[in-house]
Design a protein around this ligand. Sequence first.
Ligand SMILES: [Ca+2]
Length: 277
Amino acid sequence: MKKVLIGAVMILVWAAIPVNAVVIALETSESHAAGTPLWNGFGIGLTPDVGNSWITGYVQTGDAPVVSNSVAYQGTNSIYTRRLAGGLGQYAEIDSGVAIDVTKQYVVSSAYYRPDNGDTRHTGNIYFDAGPTNTSLGGLNTNASTNKINYMNQNGAWIDTGYLLSLNKWYILKMVLTIGVQDLSGNYAMTYDAFVTDTFSGVTTQLISNINVQSTKNLKPADIAYGFGALIGPGVAAAGSANSTYWDNVKLEVIPEPVTVCMLGLGMAGLLCRKKA
Ligand SMILES: [Ca+2]
């Protein structure tokens, strides 16, 4: 009888243990009274649950989005944005006030609801931006004709993802931001992934992966010092009608570097005994 030891293999396993994201800006709307505008038109905004402030968006009529108790994803309040026919949007931005760490990933998310309320159009936009000038880097919105989600590509154009949204239903829109290499001007390129969760079924769908932001909008030193923001608001209204959307749990998070541990494993790949005839 001859025994043949085929192999005993030492296996080194490197495992990245996921770490919970750290919230750097959050608005649940629960601590503000219904009817309160997110900002007062003079540059003074509500203080969110976590983060620096709500500030004026780059397109607005002087009327801010307001806290509403009509419908909510969690609690009793959310944020209502409405754009009148021929009017400009009610945009507002939540800022973290936390400088960007270019070695980390960031997450921008919000619950999003399109009401069946008699308005003929229900398009909301959520962008991520950085720095004091509210320059949108990328984002998601709803195509007003097809009711499908669009993303912003590297040329600033809206591209159909094919994901169809229903009215009177909360979805969670999420974008994961990855900071890339530094260019010769000292600015950083960025890419982003986007996801949507149907809160009724609980199913999360990846919409896009590794989309470049516009190179002309690469992160500049002033943007990095100021930090990321999440800008929400309504899309364009239809002629003769308005456009309504609700938002809840608008959130910015930073993902800490994963804790990498080395686990030493001794694996016996096989011990084969062979009997010689
Ligand atoms: Ca809420």
